[in-house]
Design a protein around this ligand. Structure first.
Ligand code: UD1
Length: 430
């Protein structure tokens, strides 16, 4: 079992390059099978979830050619199987994007029903409501979602709740429906816009992505494209918070600063300096940090995927803060782990009340999910002494070369899997 071992306590200083957005990439890979021509996707993050999605595409007969570590060519002309197996869905829920893609292209798809997950119950009723509104028959039987249609017809869809996944899935199917579709109360996340831009570069007619009303005029056919994925807002935010937690000075490069506005705003509020450059942001934490209130909200609000990292920083900022989670009901699992490092956090319903302490103390902790795992690494980097983070499998689902990028910023961190390696690290840093 691999772990990160960290000797904390020194400020992270330097520059870090951000990769392509995982959540945009997962959906864009699904759109690539919607044409029979070859689609080239660049700036693809080399992380576990992406590799599972590529396997899922191969599993249904798509051709996947890895041009280099961050570029892939996909050809969906030979797709022979319209069933996406549970094997993939259980590893990444986002393989449900193949439902919208296959339904749009072939008017038929079967995808295993995603189960629950560590951060909440995560229903997909809105996705299915959208497919039904487009004229598909959607059935759930023996753990499979099966969607079929003689032809999809454009329609008006109002989403009761803002959902990134439902917005993207419905947008994909509607891109190849007959006539016009309007999605109201759509998600506005940067990756929704990125998926729409990619589809438009394939010949789709989608307007309004990035606002809460998306209008789609269906087309019969999509064609090849070469598309480069936007930078990952959450990877960038994670390094920005690593600068704050370690009282460091990090320039986060290859980002779209506008996408980071809500994160930047919170860092400024607690006392960091943030400098926005054209495609970079620099975060300097040279003064004592103080408390604030934060509530997670759909974009442009503060992202739920940054909530654990925010709590980690507030846990060592002066005063009492509150962190309200309004998107997922079970996203405070890391709090017990952080308590092992000395944090003083009380969770009441969906609110964490965080009382700042002067410093975390290194301990052995487990990553409960992807973002919480990254947050625990940040805590370890800020802590006095040695921290071991177990279950880093979760972190590697979404962060490429996380510990290597941290090392370039001066972190003392290694990926280890044996007692011998742990001892070697301890000797090195003592
Ligand atoms: C995506 C992101 C995830 C991020 C989340 C919120 C991907 C692969 N994952 O997840 O990292 O944390 O957006 O920004 O892009 N809901 C329903 N019914 C549905 C769909 C969603 O009730 O059919 C609810 C969810 O339970 C949740 C809220 O809507 O409370 C938002 O979820 P959604 O935006 O759909 O999240 P995901 O797309 O799953």
């Amino acid at each position: 079992m691999e772990q990160y071992i960290i000797k904390g306590g020194n400020p992270l200083v330097g520059e870090v390059e951000i990769g392509g957005a995982k959540n945009a990439a997962l959906a864009i890979l699904a759109t690539a099978i919607m044409t029979d021509e070859t689609v080239t996707i660049e700036n693809l993050p080399n992380v576990r979830d992406i590799n599972v999605m590529l396997d899922a595409i191969k599993g249904i007969g798509g051709k996947v050619e890895r041009v280099d570590v961050h570029t892939v060519k996909i050809n969906g002309s030979m797709i022979s199987d319209l069933l996406v197996d549970y094997e993939y869905i259980k590893k990444i829920r986002a393989s449900y994007y193949l439902l919208g893609a296959l339904l749009g292209k072939y008017k038929r798809a079967e995808v295993a029903l995603p189960g629950g997950c560590d951060i909440g119950s995560r229903p997909i009723d809105l996705h299915l409501k959208g497919f039904r509104a487009l004229g598909a028959n959607v059935d759930i039987h023996h753990g499979l979602i099966s969607a079929t249609a003689d032809g999809l017809k454009g329609t008006h869809i109002y989403l009761d709740k803002v959902s990134v996944g439902a917005t993207i899935n419905i947008m994909m199917a509607a891109a190849m429906a007959e006539g016009k579709t309007t999605i109201e109360n759509a998600a506005k996340e940067p990756h929704v816009v990125d998926v729409a831009n990619c589809l438009n570069s394939m010949g789709a007619k989608i307007r309004g992505a990035g606002t809460d009303v998306i209008r789609i005029s269906g087309v019969e056919r999509l064609h090849k494209t070469e598309y480069s994925i936007i930078p990952d807002q959450i990877e960038a935010g994670t390094f920005m918070f690593a600068a704050a937690a370690t009282r460091g000075d990090i320039t986060v490069k290859n980002v779209i600063p506008k996408h980071l506005d809500s994160i930047t705003a919170k860092l400024l509020e607690i006392g960091c300096e943030v400098e926005e450059l054209d495609d970079a942001v620099r975060v300097v934490a040279s003064k004592p940090l103080h408390h604030t209130q934060v509530t997670t909200l759909p974009y442009p609000g503060f992202p739920t995927d940054m909530q654990p990292q925010m709590s980690v920083v507030l846990g060592i900022s002066e005063g009492t803060s509150t962190v309200t989670e309004s998107i997922f009901e079970n996203r405070f699992k890391y709090v017990d782990e952080l308590a092992r490092m000395g944090a003083s956090i009380k969770v009441e319903s969906n609110i964490a009340i965080v009382t700042g302490i002067s410093q975390y103390l290194g301990a052995r902790v487990s990553a409960p999910d992807l973002r919480a795992g990254a947050a625990l690494v940040i805590a370890g980097l800020a802590a006095d002494g040695i921290t071991i983070v177990d279950d880093i499998y979760y972190i590697e689902r979404g962060y490429e070369d996380f510990h290597l990028k941290l090392k370039l910023l001066g972190a003392q961190v290694e990926k280890v899997s044996t007692e011998k390696e742990i001892l070697k690290f301890k000797l090195k840093v003592s």
